[in-house]
Structure formats: structure tokens, C-alpha cells
Design a protein around this ligand. Structure first.
Ligand SMILES: *Cc1c(COP(=O)(O)O)cnc(C)c1O
Length: 436
């Protein structure tokens, strides 16, 4: 498997290069080539396969002989000791693919843990220390912090927007210590992302440090996310109906992963791209005009992205063809009031407690099913456990929400962060001091 840049199809780098460099020098994004075809028989007997087994099978197809089968098997089983079950809230019609059974209770565990495994595999073969920089709007940081905590040869610096992540999210970022350092930025997620992007093109900084990213710009965060679409398909295939996936979206990594695994052969009828008021992609689908904007703060804060970094990948996957894109993806978006109403209705209708992001996905799926009138199975990706947004969910549903033990224990730990203004130079100085 080789990787080319969306800005230059002639680029050709190895998996290791794409993993550690994250972004090509031409500022495009890496894409794998060729995409192996999984073939119809691959999907025949997957109903009983675990996420780890599916991950192993797809990884073998991707890596071929580049990594031994034994190493790939160990990597995938270590990365995915949990499942991604589909809870059928309307059997045969609407399912919720729960992606929050990993350590940080968000889907980002899947990408972060696979990537950590792969980095650890390659860095065992050299002795350089890798510095991971990651901007988070909430959940990425926790997944990356936990996925990389105590991984030898890797240091992690996390930038998050002060006051814009939930208390428990903040605890996940700021209480691990060791090789994980949190930078609390006085600004928005977009500011954090801009700082990280600038660090990667700063020659002086790169001369000192071996920098790497764990954001969804890194193709190895996205590749494993395809595995759970396959796992979901395995669970609903028995209905013999076309499958539609609804993806609550922010940076559009999740949807890009879906489109990629679809191109590897997963039978997907259609995608629903569901967002909050940061709706540049739904608006693009409606009008053909793509107009990135500053992000707007909402109650589904992990999707507060005004300029989604993976839009380029999506466009690319659809061959830069607006009509093809639009034929495969429908956009829906909801404001906070609609999100709250959706959370309530989902609880009344299905007795299901959804986090605000997941609720947007379910409401978008319902809207699509009403509009299309097709006989399909719809699966919404449940991107986070509702307890990650406990005060909000309790306020909306007027009932207590239990926090799983692995998250609850963080509440008593002490936050440790380095506060910085939303300026690149301030971050650089601080980073150089902490890693010195
Ligand atoms: C990251 C995140 C999203 C958005 O996912 P993208 O891949 O960036 O589109 C949605 N919901 C939750 C809970 C998240 O953490």
C-alpha cells in the first residue's frame, strides 16, 4: 500500500511515512492507493466476527506483506478488546452503532488505539522519540491521551479550547501525566487546529523535534474507522435490505472512513451527514458552494468545526464530482433546540439515551428515511457515551445518567494543564520548554 497526496497524485510514500508525517509537504492529505477490494464473499460470514477479527482481516488486505500477519493480529487484538454493537431501537429499521465501549467512551478510541499500535510497531525499529501534537474539540484528546499513555518512544501534546470541553473530557486530557501534556488554549478549537497545522510547517521546530499528528488528518486514524462500518454491516445484514449510515459529523473523518470502506467494497446504500449549526457540508450538498466559516459553539461541541479538515478527502473520494457526492450523501443539520427536542423524543420513543451528537445522527436518519421512503436499514453511529455530557443530558431528560466506572474515577483526579494564549509563538515556546 502506498499513499499519495490529494494535492499531487504523483506523490508516493510508504505507510510508515504517511503515519509519522501525517501531512504531505504540499499541504494536501494522504490517501491510500490502491484501495484493496474486499469482494462479496468477504462479507458473507462476518455476522459473528468481532471488531478485532474484522480489523485484522481488513488490515491484511491493506498491508499485504508489509507487516507480518502475526504482528497485525497482535496489533488489532490489542487495539480492540471491546465491541461496537448495534442496538436496534426499531428492529430491522433503525439501529444505533455504539462506538463508545472503549476506554475514553468515544469512537475516537478506535482510530487512536490502532494508530498508537502502529506507531509503537514502527518506533520499536528505530530509537527516535516521536512528538504527537493533537488539537481536540473534546473527544480526540481523551482517546489519544489514553491510547498513547505510556507507549514507549512517544510524547503527546494536546491542545484544547479552554472552557469549551466538558469537565470529564477535560479530566481525560489533563490527569494522566507521564508522556501526556495538555495545553489549555484561550480560544476555539479552530485556533487549536491552526496552531497544530502551523507547527507542522515550522522548519525550525521540525529540526528540533520529530513531530507527528494524531488528528483525523492522519490517514491511520481513519483507516481503522472503516472496521466498525463493516462490523455494523455484519450485524444488520440478516435483514437483506440496503444499509444507510448516518454519521454525526464535525471534521468529517468518520464520514470519510465510511466512504473509503464503501469504495473497498462494503455495500452502503447511502450516507447521511448530520451536523449541528456548523453546517458547511450540508450547505455544500444543497447548493454546491463550499464556504468554510469560523466555528459556532453548540451543545454538541465535538462537532463544532467550521472548516472540516477532511472535506478535501471526501471530495477526492467522489472524484471531485459534486453530483456523485450528492447522490451518495444527504446532509441534515440541527440547532441546539432541535437537538434537545431530538434527545427527548429518542428517549420517549425508544427508551434510549443518546448524547447530543448521537441524537443529531438519529434525527438526521429519521428525516432521511421519511424523505426517501426506501425500505432500508438505517444505522446511526453513536459517537460518544451520554455520560460524557452528563449535566446536559440530565438537564434535557430530567433523569440521572450513570457514569461508567472507568470515567467516574477521573473526577477526583487533579487537572494539570499549561494555559496559553491562542498564538502559535506562545505554544512553540512552551512546547520547547516542556520537551527540553
Ligand atoms: C469527533 C466527534 C464527532 C465528529 O467526528 P468527525 O470524524 O470529526 O466528523 C462527533 N461526535 C463526537 C462525540 C465526537 O467526539
Amino acid at each position: 500500500m502506498r499513499f499519495y497526496s490529494t494535492n499531487n497524485p504523483q506523490t508516493s510514500v510508504t505507510a510508515e511515512q504517511a503515519l509519522f508525517h501525517s501531512m504531505p509537504a504540499d499541504k494536501g492529505l494522504y490517501m491510500p492507493t490502491p484501495l484493496p477490494q474486499l469482494g462479496a464473499d468477504f462479507f458473507e460470514n462476518i455476522a459473528d466476527q468481532s471488531l478485532a477479527e474484522i480489523g485484522f482481516a481488513v488490515s491484511k488486505a491493506l498491508f499485504g506483506d508489509e507487516i507480518s500477519k502475526a504482528d497485525l493480529e497482535e496489533l488489532t487484538h490489542r487495539a480492540f478488546p471491546f465491541d461496537t454493537p448495534v442496538v436496534e431501537v426499531e428492529p430491522g429499521k433503525i439501529g444505533v452503532l455504539e462506538l463508545f465501549h472503549g476506554p475514553s467512551l468515544a469512537f475516537k478510541d478506535v482510530g487512536a488505539r490502532y494508530m498508537a499500535g502502529l506507531m509503537s510497531y514502527y518506533s520499536k525499529r528505530s530509537d527516535k522519540e516521536v512528538n504527537i501534537l493533537v488539537a481536540t474539540s473534546g473527544d480526540t484528546g481523551g482517546a489519544v491521551a489514553m491510547g498513547f499513555h505510556n507507549v514507549p518512544g512517544v510524547r503527546v501534546s494536546i491542545l484544547y479550547p479552554s472552557g469549551r470541553v466538558s469537565d470529564l473530557q477535560e479530566k481525560q486530557l489533563t490527569t494522566l501525566g507521564g508522556n501526556v501534556q495538555a495545553f489549555e488554549v484561550d480560544g476555539t478549537f479552530d485556533d487549536c487546529q491552526a496552531i497544530v497545522k502551523q507547527a507542522f510547517v515550522d522548519d525550525e521546530l521540525n529540526a528540533h523535534l520529530s513531530l507527528s499528528s494524531a488528528n483525523s488528518i492522519n490517514i491511520f486514524r481513519l483507516i481503522p474507522q472503516g472496521f466498525y462500518y463493516v462490523r455494523a454491516y455484519g450485524q444488520v445484514r440478516k435483514y437483506g435490505k440496503p444499509v444507510v449510515f448516518s454519521t454525526p459529523s464535525g471534521n468529517f473523518g468518520n464520514l470519510s472512513a465510511g466512504a473509503m470502506i464503501q469504495q473497498m467494497g462494503l455495500p452502503v446504500e447511502h450516507f447521511v451527514a448530520a451536523t449541528n449549526l456548523n453546517h458547511v457540508v450540508p450547505t455544500y450538498l444543497e447548493t454546491g458552494n463550499y464556504l468554510p466559516k469560523p466555528s459556532i459553539a453548540t451543545i454538541s461541541n465535538a462537532m463544532d468545526v467550521g472548516s472540516p479538515s477532511n472535506f478535501v478527502r471526501l471530495k477526492h473520494l467522489y472524484g471531485d464530482d459534486y453530483d456523485r457526492f450528492k447522490a451518495n450523501v444527504s446532509g441534515y443539520f440541527y440547532d441546539d433546540e432541535q437537538t434537545r427536542a431530538g434527545m427527548k423524543r429518542i428517549h420517549e420513543l425508544y427508551d434510549y439515551v443518546a448524547c447530543p451528537h448521537t441524537a443529531i445522527g438519529i434525527v438526521g436518519l429519521q428525516a432521511y428515511l421519511r424523505a426517501s421512503e426506501k425500505d432500508v436499514v438505517g444505522v446511526t453511529l453513536a459517537t460518544a457515551h451520554p455520560s460524557k455530557f452528563k449535566p446536559l443530558v440530565e438537564d434535557v431528560l430530567e433523569m440521572p445518567v450513570d457514569v461508567p466506572e472507568r470515567l467516574a474515577i477521573l473526577a477526583n483526579r487533579t487537572k494539570q494543564s499549561i494555559p496559553i494564549p491562542a498564538q502559535y509563538e506562545a505554544f512553540k515556546e512552551s512546547l520547547l520548554q516542556t520537551v527540553a
